[in-house]
Design a protein around this ligand. Structure first.
Ligand code: GBH
Length: 442
């Protein structure tokens, strides 16, 4: 059973989230090539070399999907606009069909009484810009500002909230240091530059949107509870370094206009020249902060010879999702408290993603997902308690409205409240969808 909306503060918002490349179908509608298409085409990067060419075909099934959102009773929908759909070459001539699509999406939401919560970048960098160095190239600040201007001049007048970047840690560290996401680099210099430039873009886009008269602008960070894998000083230190890189670097840049000392030391000279001068752009005031939370990870010290940060992730003992991620709802209250006390104070906080990949199709009935209902219930309980304790948490978005392209894992993991049959692309609401509808009924 999910907690009912009446158990939350009266103005608390419930929403569902998706992202462009994961659902739209990027081979369609005049979108340009993205670095995810390139990455997926190189064997070994993505399970089955699957890409987002068709995905959920949301581009052609948008009305059906918006009807489902409304049917569930959601107050808000967090979606992203695709840079390569708006500007196929990353710069230059916009794709009129792409702009029309987002225009219809926003109007479709408003017609159904659903608040449009937009994200400008959820990972599909146009290949033309990736070829110029992508996130490593400081010029991305100008490119991103121009893209923001083009798309928000068209839809910004009807957007309820907007955030420039989804998950700065994934855009930089996971993609340039761990090499797990596009562009698949394993290079500390590239990583340091990406970490900084992604925040520079946050600031540049925020300026552009303010200039267009938009309000309710935020930032979305992902956090993962970092625990020590053993009762040793070395493991505790590893967890602390991970926490600084993953959970503190980005929010600190945005909220405090500084980076944690130990990360600056660790990155050494790899941060781009003059990085301190960018904080006036990066840490301008925003209106809310978003937290994407899924799991925790245990850490230990890597062998002596390993370069900074010299830590290794260790398999933990808790029950895991189909992604192999530990289920740790307490981490959600940990971060809501940590954010409020150390960084954001009275600023409204939204949980902008939370959900699990279940073993849906292994249960014999792909629409029966008791593990997802239990996961959502446990995490919503933490949110409810945080709100009762006075933390200004104002809303919760479930990841995801429907099964979709799970990046390097392809189409096998299913995060949806709605099952998508990958052969017919038909949608089938799962038990979790009905549970949400019950919980949201007034
Ligand atoms: C989100 O990122 C994305 O915004 C979304 O696009 C995606 O579909 C969704 O999550 C589900 O993955 O292997 O134990 O070390 C989440 C960020 C980063 C969370 C990697 C889990 C690995 C855990 N994720 N992390 S572990």
């Amino acid at each position: 059973m999910l907690p009912h909306r009446s158990e939350f503060p009266t103005d608390f918002l419930f929403g569902a989230a998706t992202s462009a490349y994961q659902i739209e179908g990027h081979a369609q509608g005049g979108a340009g090539r993205t670095h995810w298409d390139d990455f997926a085409a190189t064997p070994g990067n993505v399970a089955g070399a699957e890409d987002g060419a068709i995905a959920c075909d949301h581009l052609n099934r948008m009305d059906e999907d918006l009807d489902l959102l409304k049917d569930a009773g959601f107050d808000a929908y967090r979606f992203s606009t695709s840079w390569a759909r708006v500007l196929p070459e990353g710069r230059g001539t916009p794709n009129a069909e792409g702009l029309d699509f987002y225009d219809r999406l926003v109007d479709g939401l408003l017609e159904r009484g659903i608040k449009p919560a937009a994200t400008l970048y959820h990972w599909e960098l146009p290949s033309a810009l990736s070829d110029l160095g992508g996130w490593r190239n400081r010029d991305i600040g100008d490119w991103f500002a121009d893209y923001t201007e083009v798309i928000m001049s068209r839809i910004g007048d009807r957007i309820w909230s907007a955030a420039p970047i989804n998950e700065p840690w994934c855009v930089s560290w996971l993609s340039h240091f761990e090499g797990i996401h596009a562009p698949g680099l394993r290079d500390i210099r590239a990583t340091a530059r990406a970490m900084h430039h992604v925040l520079l873009c946050h600031g540049r886009a925020t300026e552009v949107m303010r200039g267009l008269g938009m309000s309710n602008l935020g930032a979305v960070c992902n956090m993962e509870y970092a625990g020590p894998a053993a009762d040793t000083d070395a493991a505790r230190k590893a967890a602390r370094v991970q926490d600084a890189i993953y959970n503190r670097f980005f929010i600190s840049g945005i909220m405090k206009g500084s980076y944690p000392d130990e990360v600056v030391e660790g990155l050494g000279d790899y941060l781009p020249d003059g990085w301190q001068d960018d904080f006036k752009t990066i840490s301008q005031p925003i209106d809310w902060i978003g937290l994407n939370y899924y799991t925790r990870r245990l850490h230990d010290a890597a062998p002596e010879s390993a370069p900074w940060p010299a830590t290794v992730g260790v398999d933990g003992p808790l029950p895991k999702t189909a992604m192999g991620w530990e289920i740790y709802p307490e981490g959600l209250s940990h971060f809501l408290t940590m954010m409020q006390q150390e960084y954001t104070g009275d600023l409204p906080i939204y949980v902008t993603e939370n959900g699990l990949a279940g073993n849906d199709e292994l249960t014999g009935d792909p629409l029966s997902d008791p593990d997802r209902i239990a996961y959502l219930a446990a995490h919503l309980k933490q949110v409810k308690q945080a709100a009762a304790d006075g933390i200004p948490v104002k809303g919760y978005f479930a990841w995801s409205l429907m099964d979709n392209y799970e990046w390097a894992e392809g189409y096998a993991p299913r995060f949806g409240l709605i099952h998508v049959d990958w052969a017919s692309l038909n949608r089938y609401p799962k038990a979790s969808f009905s549970a949400i509808r019950e919980a949201l009924k007034s």
